[in-house]
Design a protein around this ligand. Structure first.
Ligand SMILES: *Cc1c(COP(=O)(O)O)cnc(C)c1O
Length: 461
């Protein structure tokens, strides 16, 4: 399988090259040249597979033996999901008249583990083969840094630097990151805000000489390998629910950067019988505004109790738009250029109509989110985290929907306690994290200090 860019400016790449490139060198996002299609017999045979075995089938279609030998790939996949603490990896449970696809049984209790455990293994494997090194730099507001750190901790050829705003992430989030003591993990608490951290990371990547010299890379949600790993659980959930007599399935997806729901879209294009993809956003509703009006315009970010979905623009949306535009890179580039204007862009009614009925979008308010946590606990005895509750709320009034649960409620204990009047049980992975020894570098929020620190660490390697 070869990979190309949505903006048409990258010569076809192998899977390994696409993973190492991350963002296309032309500023576009990488996609497979063709979408593999699955016939009914294959689909049915897949419905009996365990999660890792299914992952081998799905991922194998997108990699190719000449790039990574199948036996190696299978081993990487086994390794990636062995770190999950549930034997089903992503179990499906019936809660009331809906299904909950629990994606939070990985080491940091959030769905990003599914993709980042796989990405860490792939990075390490490719680097070992090519003899290179990779130094990952990223900024986090608290929720996603730990999944990235756990994805690459202890991996050969990789160092990771994660900036978080000092004193502005929850104590448990901070500890989840800073108690990882592997030599290749470097937590940096900057004396500033998340936006300061993000600006510093952006500046570091814009310093092309520095970026090249120190082999800087990112693990953000635009990496194709992350989408790929997420396609697997749509097939997996369908196989579980099909046993209950449902053939076409509707999925409800709590959405921020459009990575998770895009994986569902890919599964649909491959032939998975999907009735509808419900795109659920919180108050930061740029995507639900697009799917309801055709206008895509960046807003300002409002903090919510589902912070991992607090986004201004959605980085993976470009991939979907590319397909909506019939893979026309020129049209796509024009629209992405318009996005920089205050008005964003508006697509024609005809074009918008083509997104329907597959994608249906709804924004969920803070009150609705809290009420949903409360109601599902009262009626069904099941505790949702606020992100998952956004998806469940958007699916309300329909039965048999598979709602993706993207974080364990204990990760967002405060909001959950406020909704149901008691704290959710803390799973083993989080117990004791507050008492473990931690390591973290506190630095002023300036490019110079962060750049200097990274340089010092990498020179000492
Ligand atoms: C990242 C995240 C999301 C949003 O997923 P996208 O792929 O960015 O749309 C939802 N819930 C949780 C808990 C997350 O960490």
């Amino acid at each position: 399988m070869r990979y190309i860019s949505t903006r048409g400016g990258v010569a076809p790449l192998t899977f390994s090259e696409a993973v190492m490139m991350g963002l296309g060198t032309d500023g576009g996002l990488l996609l497979p040249e063709q979408i593999p299609s699955i016939d009914d017999a294959t689909l049915n045979s897949w419905s009996r597979l365990s999660f890792p075995d299914l992952a081998k089938e799905v991922v194998g279609l997108f990699v190719g033996d000449s790039d990574i030998p199948a036996a190696d790939l299978d081993q990487l996949i086994e390794q990636s999901f062995a770190s999950f603490n549930h034997s089903d990896v992503t179990p499906v449970v019936k809660v009331g008249d809906r299904y909950i696809l629990e994606l939070f049984h990985g080491p940091t209790l959030a769905f990003k583990d599914v993709a980042l455990q796989f990405l860490g293994n792939i990075f390490e494997y490719i680097l070992a083969k090519k003899g290179g090194e990779l130094n990952i730099v990223g900024a986090t507001s608290g929720d996603t840094g730990s999944a990235a750190i756990y994805g690459v901790r202890g991996r050969k050829g990789i160092q990771i630097f994660i900036l978080h705003p000092s004193g502005r992430v929850s104590p448990i989030q901070e500890k989840q990151m800073t108690t990882v003591l592997d030599d290749n993990v470097h937590n940096i608490a900057i004396e500033g805000t998340f936006d300061d951290g993000q600006a510093i990371v952006k500046q570091l990547f814009n310093d092309l000489a520095f970026k090249k010299k120190f082999h800087l890379g990112a693990v953000n949600s635009i990496n194709w390998a992350r989408i790929l790993a997420q396609i697997v659980y749509y097939f997996y959930a369908w196989g579980r629910v099909k046993k209950d007599g449902k053939k076409k399935v509707t999925f409800s997806v709590p959405t921020g950067n459009f990575g998770d729901i895009f994986a569902g879209y890919m599964a649909h294009r491959m032939g998975l019988p999907v009735e509808q993809l419900i795109l659920a956003t919180n108050r930061n509703d740029i995507l639900s505004r697009f799917f309801n009006s055709g206008t895509y315009r960046a807003g300002s970010v409002t903090p919510t109790i589902s912070p991992s979905m607090d986004i201004q623009v959605s980085s993976n949306f470009e991939r979907y738009l590319y397909y909506l535009l019939d893979e026309d890179s020129e049209k796509l580039k024009f629209l992405m250029g318009e996005l920089n204007s205050d008005d964003g862009f508006t697509v024609s009614d005809d074009l918008l109509a083509r997104s329907k009925p597959l994608i249906w979008a709804r924004a969920v308010s803070e009150d609705e989110t809290e009420d949903t946590i409360k109601r599902v606990f009262k009626e069904d005895g099941y505790i949702l985290d606020p992100h998952s509750a956004v998806g469940v709320c958007a699916a309300e009034g329909r039965s048999g929907v598979v709602c993706l649960a993207t974080a364990h409620p204990a990760k967002f204990g405060q909001a959950v306690t406020k909704a149901i009047g008691r704290a959710p049980d803390v799973p083993k992975a989080l117990q004791g994290v507050m008492d473990r020894p931690a390591r973290c570098m506190v630095l002023p929020a300036s490019l110079d200090s962060v750049q200097g620190y990274i340089q010092k660490v990498l020179r000492a390697e």
